[in-house]
Design a protein around this ligand. Structure first.
Ligand code: TPP
Ligand code: SF4
Ligand code: MG
Length: 347
């Protein structure tokens, strides 16, 4: 008679799924790569929030970071675009079906170097999309050249220092129209999770710049995107708690200690003050902070900016409830008479 205990029952989320459908294939990235931690958080966040995996559309470009969508949400839709061109593909897909939850995961090179033109125009449009930048300051896939987010003075593995000023994707995001902008560190599990959950509830463009060290090409002394640099210079602006609408817990909190921001689905971000009293709805304060910390070398992390009022591209275009991609030909194609009339007017 066997004495083996039966396996423990699988823990199901609120839509009755266990974690398996939220996973992807086994990672082929280097052991210790920050991107692997981001993939793990994405699996947890979508599972814990009970998002249907097949309601998600994943987009990426080219790079180690852009390979990551293979390692989470294996049952979701996915498109691996040309280097730097994922924003255009995501825009088209989301306009065709705005019922999908768009998730773009890519790199700092993909975003701030070859894809900068696409990134800028995406920011202006406030497309409902979660845009995660796995920022390691280098082109990991092509063996560690500096990317446009590398800090001045940051040293490459061979000792050469970067001399060009960095592009700050968050600063650009706040300035040009993204409506949730956050910076975090792949090693800060709690903060990254709270930020990603807030993005799922946000209706608009979320930019999440995750400092995600490349252990193979940019984790040495002198690098400003290494694990040790982040451990010494991470300056969390606040402690974040994401409270989903279906789990609203009333807790007694001393006045002045906590700021609450309500998201579109009624969920809340509870922002507990740490060192400074930081208000992420104040755009100018966010811009000033990023300029200040660029000088001091600190990395301010947390939700830098949030605007829950601005309308999205979908609202602006009046796309209605039913996705364009599912409308019948009779609704999207003008009848012959309409075309004849246009031709008549052009005579
Ligand atoms: C059009 C084009 N130009 C250049 C390349 C070469 N290339 C591949 S990945 C990459 C940079 C990737 O850097 P990043 O986006 O930061 O991703 P990481 O590998 O660091 O995650 C480059 C330049 C390419 N694949 N396609
Ligand atoms: S080369 Fe760097 S970015 Fe690429 S998988 Fe390895 S550690 Fe990650
Ligand atoms: Mg990179």
């Amino acid at each position: 008679m066997s004495t083996t205990a039966p396996p423990p029952p699988k823990k199901l989320n609120r839509i009755g799924l266990d974690v398996v459908p939220y996973k992807g294939s086994k990672t082929t990235l280097c052991a210790g790569c920050g991107n692997n931690s981001v993939s793990e958080r994405l699996v947890e966040v979508f599972y814990e929030m009970g998002v249907q995996p097949w309601d998600v559309a994943k987009f990426s470009g080219i790079g180690c970071s852009s390979k990551s969508p293979a390692y989470f949400l294996g049952l979701s839709h996915g498109f691996n675009a040309v280097h730097g061109r994922a924003p255009a593909v995501a825009t088209g897909a989301m306009l065709a079906n705005h019922k999908l939850l768009g998730l773009l995961v890519t790199g700092d090179g993909d975003t701030a170097s070859i894809g900068i033109g696409q990134y800028i125009h995406l920011l202006r449009r406030n497309l409902p999309l979660i845009y995660v930048i796995e920022n390691n300051g280098v082109y990991g896939l092509t063996k560690g050249q500096f990317s446009a987010t590398a800090d001045i003075g940051s040293k490459a593995k061979g000792g050469v220092a970067n001399e060009n000023p960095p592009i700050d994707c968050c600063l650009m995001g706040i300035e040009l129209g993204a409506t949730l902008v956050a910076r975090t560190f792949s090693g800060d599990k709690r903060q990254l999770t709270a930020i990603l959950k807030s993005c799922v509830s946000h209706k608009g463009l979320s930019i999440v710049d995750v400092i995600s060290p490349c252990v193979t090409f940019n984790d040495h002394e002198g690098s400003t995107k290494s694990y040790s640099y982040m451990k010494e210079h991470d300056m969390p602006l606040h402690a974040l708690d994401y409270v989903p609408t279906y789990e609203d817990i009333t807790v007694e909190i001393a006045e002045g200690e906590v700021r609450e921001v309500e998201l579109h689905d009624g969920s809340k971000i509870r922002i507990r003050k740490l060192g400074r009293d930081y208000n992420p709805t104040d755009k100018m304060a966010a811009i000033t902070l990023l300029h200040e910390t660029e000088k001091t070398g600190e990395v301010a992390t947390g939700i830098l900016y949030v605007d829950s009022k601005r309308e999205t591209l979908i609202d602006q275009l009046g796309l209605g409830d039913e996705p364009l991609g599912t409308l019948p030909q009779s609704k999207v194609r003008p009848p012959k008479e309409a075309l004849d009339q246009i031709m008549e007017e052009l005579r």
